[in-house]
Design a protein around this ligand. Structure first.
Ligand code: GN1
Ligand code: MG
Length: 487
């Protein structure tokens, strides 16, 4: 997938799906790094040959392989896809099949559908069919008493690929109450728009203003694998109430738990294991809420590859990063049990709960986090509950938080443990952070080296915004003292 996601339009990047449609296995990352940095074509071919030998991959088998290629809306995409196609055929002897402009999750979905679900020709149309059919199924199952409109939705598409794809869904679903903004027809990709901008800066994207107060708004990122919601604060100068990935996770977890409790009781032999996966950036109030729901919450280091892997350990694994990337994974064992229940259950309530969970498993992307299918699931659940976005946002109240970046001489000098919540190296810094944190009510603070930028990130939470800001600033100073200023 040729995309640089939420980054500026002049950036380029590539995301690689494995044959199951999921993210590239972590063992292969060093190889990906080495070929990306190969100095010339000969070294590239040599690296590929060596790797194929090491992994025991018969390269002549590649002749029967197909590599699906997709791209986001960046102007550079077309020529990069062409280059990829040439590389795939001339170096590997395989076929590069161009799927055109697609969202990252659509491409992952197609790879998965072709290999895992044995739909040899799975296309974008099949994706649209599956998500719209399962969405309609959820809507049709809404109990009559809560069948009421929940009002208009406006979606900021970051001027990216999500705009044209959401338009397809809008037409397929006859969804008149949804408006698409920053659709990509004009405007610059990701510029003051999109889920990353909205979540990090906590402000409304461009094109949104006072006339949108009171309306449910959502934001996708440039390749449509992240989703956040928000509402505009009246007279707030672009300020928003952010409904982030933690809240999407909480809504999904609540719905799944409700449906499971209709379907099962203590007498059931099979008790599906539900796991909720977060990172240290999850707001402390969300973790508390999920614990109160009686759910098992597990933490992993930052980066969706870790959350995704952990979520696979459960029958139903629900994961989200606060930035809005996440999905729900269902185990094969659970799905076959569910299929059984769906066909054998005589009790109407239980039968419907089974059908809802089945529809969720078809709607939500099983390969990666997907803003479009995530958005449809949020909308279906809100309609099911008869909830406004405010009601949803009131599930719990976010603790004030602050994120800062510190430029240091060498960020790899920071070594963390315990899902990145404790610093092991340099020695002494964790004790100093602890000494500052205990001064604040509901204080929580951690530092970690970024995996994507040359900075150390500081995250702080406390009972007031001033306190969170102060804690973050003083810990940022500590980081500079311990690690030396960037020269
Ligand atoms: C605090 C934060 O938002 N970190 C982001 C950011 O990672 P860093 O390792 O923090 O740079 O980019 C990752 C990739 O998009 C995303 O998965 C992660 O959540
Ligand atoms: Mg993205």
């Amino acid at each position: 997938m040729i995309t640089a996601s939420h980054n500026k339009v002049s950036d380029n990047g590539v995301k690689v799906a494995d044959p199951g449609g999921e993210m590239l296995t972590q063992d292969w990352e060093p190889f990906a790094d080495s070929i990306a940095n190969a100095p010339d074509p000969d070294s590239l071919i040599q690296l590929i040959d060596e790797f194929a030998k090491k992994e025991d991959i018969p390269l002549n088998g590649a002749k029967t392989a197909t590599v699906l290629l997709g791209r986001d809306t960046r102007p550079s995409g077309e020529s990069l896809v062409e280059a990829a196609k040439q590389g795939i055929s001339s170096v590997m002897g395989a076929v590069g099949s161009d799927m055109g402009v697609v969202t990252t999750p659509q491409l992952h979905w197609m790879v998965r559908a072709r290999n895992k679900d044995m739909k040899a020709s799975a296309s974008e149309d099949d994706y649209f069919d599956q998500v719209s059919t399962s969405f309609r199924c959820l809507i049709d199952l809404i109990p009559k008493e809560s069948h009421q409109g929940i009002g208009k939705l406006i979606v900021d598409c970051a001027n990216g690929v999500g705009g044209e794809k959401l338009q397809v869904l809008k037409e397929k679903l006859n969804w008149s109450d949804m408006e698409i903004r920053n659709s990509g027809k004009e405007g610059i990709l990701n510029e003051q728009a999109g889920a990353d901008y909205v979540q990090k800066d906590k402000v409304a994207p461009q094109g949104f203003g006072p006339s949108d107060v009171g309306i449910r708004c959502a934001s996708l990122d440039g390749d449509a694998d992240r989703l956040v919601y928000f509402t505009i604060i009246p007279n707030g100068n672009k300020q928003i109430n952010l409904v982030d990935g933690d809240k999407i996770l909480s809504l999904f977890a609540l719905f799944i738990k409700d449906q499971l409790s209709i379907l099962t009781d203590d007498k059931n032999e099979y008790q599906p294991r539900v796991g909720v996966v977060q990172t240290a950036y999850a707001n402390g109030a969300s973790t508390k809420y999920l614990n109160q729901l009686g759910l098992q919450v597990i933490f992993t280091p930052t980066g969706v590859k870790y959350l995704h892997e952990k979520a696979h350990e459960y029958d139903i694994g629900i994961y989200f990063e606060a930035n809005g990337h996440g999905t729900i994974l269902f185990s094969d064992q659970f799905l076959s049990w569910l299929e059984d229940r769906k066909s054998s259950e005589r009790d109407l309530e239980k039968h419907n709960a089974a059908k809802r969970l089945w529809a969720v498993s078809k709607l939500i992307n099983q390969a990666v986090g997907d803003a479009l299918s995530g958005l449809l699931l949020v909308e279906a659940i809100l309609q099911h509950m008869g909830w406004s976005v405010d009601k949803w946002n009131e599930l719990y109240c976010d603790l004030p938080s602050r994120q800062l970046k510190v430029k240091v001489a060498d960020r790899t000098a920071v070594v963390t443990t315990n899902a990145e919540t404790i610093v092991e190296k340099p020695p002494g810094i964790q004790e100093a952070i602890n000494a500052l944190t205990v001064k604040y009510l509901q204080g929580r603070c951690f530092v970690r080296p970024s995996g994507t930028e040359d900075v150390v990130r500081v995250y702080a939470e406390a009972n007031t915004q001033e306190a969170a800001d102060e804690l973050a600033t003083s810990v940022a100073t500590l980081v500079s003292q311990f690690l030396g200023f960037h020269s």
